[in-house]
Ligand binder design. Structure first.
Ligand code: BES
Ligand code: ZN
Length: 873
């Protein structure tokens, strides 16, 4: 079993040695790359003076030579153990360490450090990948100025890139070299290099202070026509960060490179972002609107890191949310500004409430600032990212726009060039607001989703309305006692005509700060019993319980002006009905309540006022959300209840769906702007309902949309509805036609694979196994693995959780196989099995048996071991 030990936040000590400059020289070769590193080092005056020099270096590094101030370190002068190289020689206060290592990029299937993606060299160093390149104090609080020289074959690798600015270059007959210099001190996790046969799109951006920045986006030549959207998104992001945060870009060049083999979405390396092709390439013919929006937000996210992450970085990896939570908040606000703020809020809350809440309730539950970890890669989680973003949002809500901005100004100013902590961030917010945020900081250290119970009382004699809030947080692994949190609760009260009642602050809504286990809030002068709207805008990441009546929810759906709260009221109405049906096994023929149908009819009638929001309002709660709020997850009942209700809504409102579908049709050619995206989204929602009717008329409609549309959004939506319908012959034909049309577009093929992997019809596992043999599949490529395996296990719930246990066995087999190849991806794939406690006892036993089988399969990576051991504890 893994020898990796647990690392604790409380054990943090400052680095014993600092690095002033790093000079790197790479002789790039697919199987034997030689890396020379020269470090100007000095003893840290803040550290205790007797500590030895320790450098991190992965087992895969071959050490060719090691010298200090030009003198070779003798063989008994160093010791390699686990991931550490320890020097036992006496050292001056400053010295130069030279070290040469040999690495094999082609054999690097983990995709950490230096590896080959489709024949081009690239790197991924966050969090601890740099130690797979050379020996180094690979921790984020060691910041140095990097100079990098790349030497490679001219023909094979005509483009040579690294961080910063190119400062020198040269060539001979076969090879060439380029030297890059990055003037900003940075931790090693932000180092990057790229070498390959790449084309690029180019543009310039003039900053607010008038500096011209060269923008380049690199990709394979065949994808050159798919770079325009990322470029526009980049320029918008740069402008937005200047306007909203006063932050300007700092180098003369900003490069993005698209690579096909990538564990994550994208990486913010200084001046040289590396992106998964799925997060940068976009073209209307091949890319859906959802993917267009993903590109925009990922480009923005990585760009925003230049300040929130790079200029001000993390002291240690426990502080990961300092950069990720804050940057997610920033990219969320950017997307909200670019499109509809209410729609964006609904999407973000949906992700949080389904996936993050589920994580908080599972065995890997951890605080936004974890107290310990075995493998940091396991902590790039929804909690660190999404809940972390909610914490920053709450600060924004509590302090207000203006003071929050003063806080971020102070933060960037005070900590520029430093590696700091979430406490430092909050300290800036305290300084500008003159508020004590001690209790608020519990959001960082306390795991689990708080529960907020609300009861109310109206006193008709005294005309007072009283709300009583009670908060509690359930125990999580390693944290049994929970303290009350500082919860910002945004609320409004509506009178029976649908008007918001002015509150004590003279406004129509109020922010109530809940800091105790119990808080009583009284409003005076209320003339009739009001309908409360609570947690407007989802002002805090909590589970709210208030005994709404169905009439109240319908009322809010009609009258609430806060987009999120209005949508949520609609969802809660549907949740009630669905939950009742789930308890009865799901397949219930009872007619839908008339009130519900007429509420939807009104939604349909008004849909064209705001098509993007309408599309969300007209979508039933997802299986994932219904699962999350279940006591015991009954996958079949959830699936059947949702499907049955969808069909009933389709039947009851058939004419309206068709009218709206036609109304949302367009003769114009494709535009990827907000209003057109909204139109297509609503149109496709309508088509989905019509296809739920199993009617050949609507099959013809879908087939027509499939063949006539000029864009992937409409084509793929049509294909999806047919694939998930009863018309299996048509589905097969369309899938084949689609394959034929797009077989050379790898990203489109990912969609094609995922669509089939998610098909809930029986026999899915054998179809999935067949996909793994298909020529468009590639087991080394994380995008393909995610498209097939992850989609099947997370989205095809009825088949993955089949009672023969074969879905579980399949996943365990894949994890055992994949752990040797790519531990990060293997560990992530494990998630659905770790949630075994949420299912019935029969499935629990089957899932546990497979977890046990993985444990017993032999030598596991630290990544998989950590998740497994916590899941079985
Ligand atoms: N810094 C991360 C990329 C990363 C994650 C590197 C984990 C190493 C390990 C990057 O900024 C990021 O957060 N990317 C996200 C997308 C983003 C839009 C939230 C990703 O890759 O999924
Ligand atoms: Zn990030």
């Amino acid at each position: 079993m893994s020898q990796k030990s647990v690392i604790y936040l409380k054990d943090y000590t400052v680095p014993a040695f600092l690095v002033e400059t790093v000079d790197l020289r790479f002789e790039l070769d697919a199987t034997a790359t030689c890396v020379e590193s020269v470090l100007r080092m000095r003893r840290n005056p803040k550290a205790s003076p007797d500590q030895p020099l320790c450098l991190f270096g992965h087992d895969s590094l071959e050490l060719l030579s090691l010298s200090i101030d030009g003198v070779r370190v003798p063989d008994n002068g160093w010791l390699r153990q686990d991931e550490v190289l320890r020097l036992n020689v006496s050292l001056n206060d400053t010295f130069e360490l030279r070290c040469v290592t040999k690495i094999n990029p082609e054999a690097n299937t983990a995709l950490e450090g230096l590896y080959l993606s489709d024949g081009m060299f690239c790197t991924q160093c966050e969090a601890e990948g740099f130690r797979r390149i050379t020996f180094y104090p690979d921790r984020p609080d060691v910041m140095a100025v990097f100079t990098t020289t790349l030497i490679a074959n001219k023909n094979q690798y005509p483009v040579l890139l690294s961080n910063g600015n190119p400062v020198a270059q040269g060539s001979d007959e076969t090879s060439h070299w380029v030297t890059w210099q990055d003037p900003f001190p940075k931790p090693a996790y932000l180092f990057a290099l790229v070498a390959g046969d790449l084309s690029c799109a180019e543009d310039t951006f003039t900053t607010q202070s008038g500096r011209a920045v060269k923008l380049q986006i690199y990709a394979e030549a065949k994808d050159l026509d798919k770079l325009g959207h990322a470029m526009e998104s980049l320029k918008q992001s740069m402008r937005w960060d200047e306007r909203v945060y006063g932050r300007e870009y700092d180098l003369d060049i900003y490069m993005i490179v698209a690579v096909d083999f990538f564990n994550m979405g994208a990486m913010e390396n200084k001046g040289l972002n590396i992106f998964n092709t799925s997060c940068v390439l976009a073209h209307p013919r091949t890319t859906t609107d959802a993917a267009f929006q993903r590109v925009e937000s990922v480009v923005a996210h990585e760009y925003f890191h230049n300040w929130s992450g790079n200029r001000v970085t993390c002291r240690d990896w426990f502080q990961l949310s300092l950069k990720e939570g804050f940057t997610v908040f920033r990219d969320q606000c950017f997307s909200a500004d670019m499109h509809s703020a209410a729609v964006k809020r609904v999407e973000d809350v949906t992700l949080l409430r389904t996936a993050q809440f589920a994580e908080d309730a599972g065995p890997m539950s951890h605080p936004v600032r974890p107290a310990s970890f075995i493998e940091i890669s396991n902590f790039y989680t929804l909690t660190v990212y999404e809940k972390g973003a909610e914490i920053v949002r709450m600060l924004h809500t509590l302090l207000g726009e203006k003071v929050f901005r003063q806080g971020t100004d102070l933060y960037f100013d005070r900590h520029d060039g430093q590696a700091v902590t979430t406490d430092d961030f909050v300290a800036c917010m305290e300084a500008v607001s003159q508020r004590d945020l001690t209790q608020f900081k519990r959001w960082y250290s306390q795991a689990g989703t708080p529960r907020l119970d609300v009861v109310d009382e109206y006193n008709a004699d005294q005309k007072t309305y009283t709300l009583r809030f009670t908060q509690s947080t359930p125990p999580t692994p390693g944290q049994t006692d929970k303290q009350p949190l500082h919860i910002p609760m945004s609320l409004a009260l509506f009178d029976s005509t649908g008007q918001a009642i002015p509150l004590a602050n003279g406004q129509l809504s109020q922010l109530v700060e809940l800091t105790d286990e119990e808080t009583i809030f009284v409003v005076k002068g209320v003339l009739e019993k009001p309908t409360p709207s609570l947690l407007r805008g989802f002002s805090a990441p909590v589970k709210l319980f208030y005994p709404y009546t169905e009439e109240q929810l319908s009322f809010l759906l009609t009258h609430e002006t806060d987009g999120f709260a209005r949508w949520d009221a609609g969802q809660q109405l549907a949740v009630r009905l669905l939950q009742a049906r789930i308890l009865k096994g799901g397949e219930v023929d009872d007619a839908l309540p008339e009130a519900f149908v007429s509420a939807w009819q009104v939604l349909l009638e008004r849909a064209s006022d705001d098509p993007a929001m309408a599309s969300l309002l007209l979508t039933l709660p997802t299986e994932a959300y219904l699962s999350e709020i279940s006591t015991v997850i009954d996958v079949d009942a959830i699936f059947n209840a949702r499907r049955t209700m969808r069909r009933q809504l389709a039947q009851a409102l058939e004419a309206q769906w068709l009218t709206l579908y036609n109304e949302m049709g367009s003769e114009e050619s494709y535009r990827p702007d907000s209003s057109e995206m909204a139109r297509r989204s609503l149109k496709n929602t309508c088509l989905g309902y019509l296809m739920a009717l199993d009617s050949p008329t609507y099959l013809a409609l879908a087939e027509q949309q499939f063949s006539e549309s000029d864009n992937m959004t409409e084509q793929f939506a049509a294909l999806s509805t047919v694939v998930y319908s009863v018309f299996t012959d048509s589905a097969r034909e369309m899938l084949d036609e689609f394959l034929n049309q797009w077989q050379h577009e790898s990203l489109v093929m990912n969609q094609w694979l995922a669509l089939q992997a998610a098909d809930p019809k029986s026999g899915a596992l054998s179809r999935v196994k067949a996909l793994l043999e298909h020529p468009v599949y590639d087991s080394r490529n994380p995008n393909k693995l995610r498209a097939v395996i992850s989609t099947f296990c997370n989205q095809n719930t009825v088949n993955f959780h089949g009672l023969d246990g074969e879905g579980y066995r399949f996943l365990a087999d894949k994890i055992i196989e994949l752990d040797k190849q790519n531990p990060q991806v293997a560990s992530r794939l494990l998630t659905p099995l770790t949630r075994w406690k949420r299912y019935d006892s029969q499935r629990q036993a089957l899932m546990r048996a497979q977890l046990q089988r993985i444990i017993e399969s032999g030598d596991l990576s630290g990544d998989v071991y950590e998740v497994l051991s916590k899941s079985m504890a």
